[in-house]
Write a protein that binds this ligand. Structure first.
Ligand code: HEC
Ligand code: HEC
Length: 426
């Protein structure tokens, strides 16, 4: 009997060992969950795959530390607005990953578009939901003169730089001597090519040469803000710790994501096809797609990139314009931009880094939360203009939650010294 007992025991132990090794390989060693092809995809999404920022040849001070310092001060300065209350930081708040938590932006007045996060924006060849700007410096000049946003004028800003001793000094160090704007007949207090009639009239009454002198200072404000924005880079999230663990076979760190999050990641790169557009280490292909987002009640459907591409080509402040520092032969992005019907209703694919913190979502803040976003993709409604590129996904309720759980793992503090994140003293 003891003999039989013993063989029973041996059999039980070996079954247990077998089971536990099966268990081990399916749960404790999640790297075996991933094929080599999938691991390569995880590597492509991993933050360590983010290349250094490409140089910006249209802006000669793009990587100048003093320009970044100047831009940082301008970014937070509400004196750069008509009512003295609005700065870039009003709508792009550091605590919210440089977004504002609102459906649509509110500056001098309520706007029609959702404020975008600025983390990683310097990697993008196109700015705005419709890509109507091709550089960060040229982009920065739009809100400054937009009547819904800062609502000021370039002449006002040029006066500010010349009257504030600190700005004056820093400007001259960077760009050489600042013109003398003290003649208020030649250089009225407020003037620019803006919608406000009085200021526009004042602008039209100036000589072309004086207009150019003022625009040059305005452009240099943009170029300095651009230098600051180049510092706003993403930092590692829990997803990156997990990707690192899978790539380097670090078994302990693989528990960084729980099972639902890992399954959500699998869906993201597989069945849900999010990876088709949200790819690379910033989770964006930097292109424009129509995803059938319905327009907000009372708003016309946005034509998106179809309109944006025309604007950027005709923009005197683009890469090919006289205020760009690019030498001939550059500006490839702009020169080879595609146009075509597929751009109707197409919008910029936003980065999904920190997406859990930047709601509401989409170009006019149409979707309140991530559950609504996933539900939208799952249903893939017919587009109001153009053609929705998404097909219904047939995800069940549980899969939708797992996908959302994964999106929640993409949050990580930006990789930037915290001194750049708060309003400058004084
Ligand atoms: C009143 C709110 C508001 C203010 C003030 C504001 N922005 Fe924005 N910002 C927005 C909105 C809304 C969008 C998207 C608009 C669109 O696409 O039409 C945007 C888009 C951007 C983008 C494009 C990001 C991308 O990924 O395409 C950048 C960069 C940006 N803003 C920087 C700035 C800077 C720099 C300033 C200050 C000079 C500024 N913004 C002031 C609301 C604001
Ligand atoms: C065909 C390209 C494409 C695919 C596939 C795609 N997206 Fe998007 N995504 C976009 C575009 C374009 C936008 C912006 C649309 C707009 O505002 O009109 C967007 C916006 C988003 C936003 C809002 C981000 C923000 O800051 O407002 C989230 C979240 C998102 N997508 C998640 C997903 C998920 C999850 C999947 C997979 C189920 C997915 N996307 C598949 C192109 C795509």
């Amino acid at each position: 009997m003891p003999q039989l007992y013993r063989s029973y025991a041996v059999a039980l132990i070996s079954i247990a060992a077998l089971l536990s090794s099966v268990w081990y390989f399916t749960t404790s060693n999640p790297s075996s969950m991933w094929t080599t092809g999938e691991i390569n995809i995880l590597r492509s999404l991993w933050i360590n795959s983010l290349p250094p920022l490409p140089p910006d040849t249209s802006n000669s001070v793009a990587d100048h530390p003093l320009a970044a310092q100047f831009g940082y001060q301008l970014y937070f300065d509400p004196r750069l607005s008509a009512n003295g209350k609005i700065s870039c930081a009003t709508c792009h708040q550091a605590e919210l990953f440089f977004s504002d938590g609102l459906k649509v932006a509110v500056g001098a007045m309520k706007g029609t578009r959702n404020s975008m996060s600025l983390i990683g924006a310097a990697y993008s060849p196109w700015q705005f939901w419709d890509g109507r700007k091709d550089s960060l410096w040229s982009q920065a000049l739009s809100p400054l003169e937009n009547s819904l946003e800062h609502a000021g004028s370039r002449m006002q800003y040029a006066h500010l730089i010349s009257q504030d001793q600190h700005y004056y000094d820093i400007y001259e160090k960077l760009f050489g001597s600042l013109p003398n704007f003290s003649d208020r007949i030649r250089f009225p207090p407020a003037a620019g090519p803006v919608s406000k009639k009085a200021w526009n009239d004042a602008w039209q009454s100036m000589s072309v040469k004086d207009q150019e002198t003022v625009t040059k200072v305005f452009v240099n404000i943009g170029k300095s803000i651009n230098a600051y924005e180049r510092l706003l880079l993403p930092g590692p999230s829990r997803f990156d710790v997990y990707a690192n663990a899978i790539i380097n076979n670090d078994i302990t760190a693989m528990s960084t994501l729980n099972r639902n999050e890992v399954t959500g990641l699998k869906l993201f790169i597989g069945k849900a096809q999010c990876i088709n557009c949200h790819n690379g280490p910033l989770f964006t292909n930097n292109e424009f797609h129509n995803t059938g987002i319905l327009s907000s009640p009372g708003q016309l459907p946005s034509m998106g990139r179809a309109a944006g591409v025309k604007k950027v080509r005709n923009d005197t402040l683009n890469c090919l314009g006289t205020f760009s520092d690019t030498s001939n032969g550059d500006c490839a992005e702009l020169r080879f931009t595609r146009i075509g019907d597929e751009l109707i209703g197409a919008h910029k694919v936003p980065s999904l880094r920190n997406v859990a913190k930047t709601n509401p979502y989409m170009h006019a803040g149409q979707l309140e939360d991530l559950a609504a976003v996933i539900d939208h993709y799952n249903r893939a409604p017919v587009a109001m203009v153009g053609h929705n590129e998404i097909k219904p996904l047939n995800l069940n309720a549980f899969e939708m939650q797992q996908l959302e759980a994964f999106l929640q793992t993409l949050t990580g503090p930006p990789s930037i010294d915290s001194k750049w994140l708060k309003r400058p003293e004084g």
